[in-house]
Design a binder for this molecule. Structure first.
Ligand code: PHE
Length: 372
């Protein structure tokens, strides 16, 4: 019996030792994404890109990187809960996520409080990083995106009048709408109507009936794909002919699945198109993505890829996976050649060019590049 107990102790001891040794060999990175719920397509596409990056670089500083994905269900409270879990239970050294600005804004105070760096691949609202020490992003911000849309509307579409439809449930939509309005007005355009809706709404006929009477050159919908698609359908059903314009939130296959013919000719601003790739890594990514998925790569996957690689680059430069050292290294990111462009982080934000795409025969087609 004694012998047996000694054996058990030795085995348990070995197991514990083995476990801790293993834990030291692993760097845990949390991923807080919209895998289900209203904007599930965003999380799914982002995760694809993060996985490609992880397959390309599965280790850093001689250690394995372990990705821990947790679904925030496209919900602010869940996004915060996930961040808490990743930090307190899983002990991650950094968090990648979320996509929607409202969700990243829910994560950010938790990252700040716990001194854990957060990198959002794609949240563009300026408030996400503003006055924050631990929050970074791989993308440009909405003052620039609003400018892109306004410039494109005026210079390329020759629009003089615009109606704007804002999703008041989304910080992204509220911000981007205002940045568009400011620039469009500055460029001599006139906003003839500013109407509102909320994520989950299905009937937009009241807003659209009022807009129809004003017959604007463009209707700008800086929201997310489901509502954009429904608005497009109802607008066309009402006989509205105005050109439709949206932001990066339009980008999901669901836009076309739900919108069908109604979204043909809709223009939107985004972060990436394979025709506008500027870097070697970008070319490599396009090849890998096309081979694996037999379709054109999207902006969300590309930004997810870049967020992961920015983190790996920072850990390498820091020579450590200590969260505080990772933060400092991230803060010093300079000329990082990512898939979506060359990234220098200033106050947590990337400054880079964007692209305009149009829906043509159910596909997203490159139109032009707009530089900051
Ligand atoms: N920029 C959007 C936001 O901040 C998220 C998004 C990015 C959606 C890129 C689609 C593509 O909420």
């Amino acid at each position: 019996m004694k012998k047996f107990l000694t054996m058990v102790y030795i085995l348990v001891g070995l197991f514990v030792l083995g476990g801790t040794a293993k834990a030291q060999d692993v760097i845990k990175v949390g991923v807080d994404l919209e895998m289900t719920g209203a904007v599930a397509a965003f999380g799914q596409m982002t995760w694809t890109g993060i996985q490609i990056a992880h397959e390309m670089q599965p280790t850093v500083l001689g250690k394995k990187v372990k990705l821990i994905l947790d679904d925030n269900k496209s919900d602010k409270i869940e996004a915060a809960n996930v961040a808490q879990r990743l930090i307190k239970k899983d002990h991650v050294v950094a968090i990648i996520g979320a996509v929607a600005s409202s969700h990243s804004l829910a994560i950010a105070p938790i990252a700040e409080e716990n001194h854990i760096p957060q990198i959002t691949p794609s949240s563009t609202n300026p408030l996400v990083t503003q006055n924050r020490k631990w929050v970074f992003r791989a993308c440009f911000i909405d003052p620039f995106q609003g400018e892109m849309l306004a410039k494109f509307a005026v210079n390329d579409l020759h629009a003089k009048t615009a109606a704007v439809l804002t999703d008041i449930a989304q910080d992204y939509s509220v911000g981007l709408s205002n940045f568009f309005i400011k620039k469009f007005t500055q460029l001599g355009g006139k906003v003839v109507s500013h109407a509102f809706y909320q994520t989950g709404d299905q009937d937009f006929t009241a807003q659209l009936t009022a807009i129809k009477k004003l017959n604007p050159d463009v209707i700008v919908i800086p929201g997310y794909y489901t509502e954009i698609a429904l608005i497009a359908r109802q607008a066309r059903e009402l006989g509205i002919k105005s050109t439709l314009l949206a932001g990066d939130g339009a980008e999901a296959p669901e836009l076309v699945k739900i919108g069908g013919k109604a979204v043909e000719g809709l223009y939107y601003s985004t972060h990436f198109d394979e025709k506008a790739v500027q870097t070697e890594l970008g070319k490599k990514y396009v090849k890998i993505f096309r081979k694996k998925y037999h379709k054109a790569p999207d902006a969300l996957g590309a930004l997810g890829f870049d967020a992961y690689m920015l983190l790996m680059d920072a850990i390498k430069r820091a020579g450590s996976a200590d969260p505080a050292k990772i933060r400092d290294a991230l803060d010093h990111t300079k000329n990082f050649e990512g898939v979506t462009g060359i990234i220098t982080l200033v106050n947590g934000n990337a400054v880079k060019s964007g692209v305009i795409r149009v829906v043509k025969n159910g596909k997203f087609v490159y139109v032009t590049t707009i530089n900051p």
